[in-house]
Ligand binder design. Structure first.
Ligand code: SAH
Length: 205
């Protein structure tokens, strides 16, 4: 199932003109397939409302849509990325349906407390905005019953502290290698591998 899903997600195209300040890196298809595989095994998708915070060109939302959720919502600040996400939605087979919302994922005006949140938020590594992912975790804690989030290497203690302060529990933590193509000027190599960490958190609030 996982390999098959990764193959289907290969067609999800990346950002045309990625904005460095928004940290627009597409999650690789195999990582998205892995996250969604774990979520399916935990019964976090079937019949649930899935919200992708900072959905970019749609990779995680599209991946989650294959797990039989009741609804999938992608929230993204950048209208151009959303356009691409809509195109990507039309490409995938079998057909799925996603609600795309243009807006700020850190001040989300939705009333939900039982969502499954998936996200690969900005890390804040490049612009001195350390832990830009904190505000995304705040939203996850507010609307989520459970969340899957991708963070940069060495985030474990930060995530543990945040989760403990918000009545959550880290139930799974694993490493993932993100293959990032050269896309910004400050990247010197053609491709590089970024070590990332993925966390599943249950929120009781
Ligand atoms: N989820 C996508 C994109 C990850 S890159 C994927 O997995 O491939 C991070 C995304 O968060 C970018 O698309 C960026 O535009 C978006 N973003 C950054 N700050 C945001 C905010 N405050 N609200 C909504 N989206 C935001």
């Amino acid at each position: 199932m996982k390999r098959d899903l990764a193959r289907r997600l290969e067609s999800v195209s990346p950002f045309d003109d990625p904005a460095p300040a928004l940290e627009q890196y597409r999650t690789p298809a195999d990582i998205a397939a892995h996250v969604v595989h774990v979520a399916a095994m935990q019964s976090d998708l079937d019949g649930r409302t899935v919200v992708d915070l900072g959905s970019g060109t749609g990779m995680l939302a599209l991946a989650a849509a294959f797990g039989g959720p009741r609804a999938v919502v992608g929230v993204e600040l950048d209208g151009e990325a959303l356009e691409r996400a809509r195109e990507n939605e039309r490409q995938v087979d079998p057909p799925i349906s996603i609600d795309w919302i243009e807006g700020d994922a850190t001040t989300l005006p939705v009333c939900l407390d039982d969502a499954t949140v998936v996200m690969n938020p900005p890390f804040g590594a490049q612009y001195g905005n350390r832990h830009a992912d904190r505000a995304f975790l705040e939203t996850a804690a507010t609307i989520g019953a459970v969340s899957y989030s991708i963070h940069n290497e060495g985030s474990r203690s930060f995530v543990d502290r945040f989760v403990a302060d918000h009545d959550g529990t880290v139930t799974h933590a694993y490493q993932a290698e993100l293959e990032i193509p050269h896309q910004f000027e400050f990247h010197r190599e053609e491709r590089r591998t970024v070590d990332a960490e993925v966390f599943r958190v249950t929120w009781s609030g």
